[in-house]
Write a protein that binds this ligand. Sequence first.
Ligand SMILES: Cc1cc2nc3c(=O)[nH]c(=O)nc-3n(C[C@H](O)[C@H](O)[C@H](O)COP(=O)(O)OP(=O)(O)OC[C@H]3O[C@@H](n4cnc5c(N)ncnc54)[C@H](O)[C@@H]3O)c2cc1C
Length: 311
Amino acid sequence: MSETKKIAIIGSGPAGLTAAIYTSRADIETDIFMGIQPGGQLTTTTEIENFPGFVDGINGPDLMENMQKQAQRFGSNILYETVKSIKFDADKKEYFITADGGERKYDGVIIASGAKAKYLGLEGEEKWVGKGYHSCATCDGFFYRDKNLIVVGGGDSAMEESNFLTKFAKKVYLVNRTDKFRASKIMLKRAQDNPKIEFLTNSSITGFYGGEDEKVNAVDLKNNLSNETSKMEIDGVFVAIGHIPNSEFVKGMLSMDEAGYLIPTNRTMSEIEGIFIAGDIEDKIYRQAITAAGDGCRAAMDLEKWLESLN
Ligand SMILES: Cc1cc2nc3c(=O)[nH]c(=O)nc-3n(C[C@H](O)[C@H](O)[C@H](O)COP(=O)(O)OP(=O)(O)OC[C@H]3O[C@@H](n4cnc5c(N)ncnc54)[C@H](O)[C@@H]3O)c2cc1C
């Protein structure tokens, strides 16, 4: 009989916890490093309406708590620690993870450390996140039927999110710092041709106002040429100014693109045998809970097969 293998999962969002459910059920001893955001990005939001299986939707923190309990039910071990570095011995196929509690040795690793959306960086803005201030149109656009919205950004994502939001919104104001756009010509033109989108160039949001329901109902909009600021009533603000992947701890070790997204080379395996990648840490396109969970499943199954292949 082969000895029990022990693996580490770095990250406790939908990708990491789904991977843990699979590895634990496959009798692989599993440590989950929870990181500074136990449960991942969904713990910062309320209603999740697009995760299958919940007819009336589910609260983000509740969904993640359920996933964690499900992983623990099959024996996953929870470590409230943040990983600082990984070392490995390629010949022995041993992986050494250094986290807050010191160094531990594993037979394989899944990196599911996710990404964080960039927000505007205004003082006190955290208060409004999820309350009229959003970073994902696919996730939250649906709540803004017949409303007036602002999208902030000048790249392809901003154009795409603006177009998408016009399906629901009465009007979308696209706010960009300058009158230059990083977006591709075709995406820019599509947004410019959309009668529901109005461009507000050379402009920046400098403050939020909220109503009694504690949701954003207006913003301060600064004209960057004249420096004049005016108050603009609005039902919601979506930022589309990029994401920061949580990949610093493997910088120089694993290949990543210029933004820091990891790049799997053999299905979900990285170029280092035994280290697998799942979720938003490598996905800059879909960025959904269900796709991250699916990725976690794939990485766990690939890891399991790879461990078997070593016997
Ligand atoms: C406000 C908001 C609302 C959203 N709404 C929806 C929605 O309605 N529907 C939907 O499908 N998607 C939604 N999303 C997107 C969804 O949350 C993400 O696509 C999903 O969480 C990605 O999962 P993940 O497991 O890859 O990473 P994340 O959820 O980002 O989790 C990453 C995990 O890695 C950990 N970590 C990071 N670095 C380290 C380290 N060095 N050591 C140890 N751990 C580490 C973090 O603590 C965290 O637990 C929303 C996102 C946001 C921000």
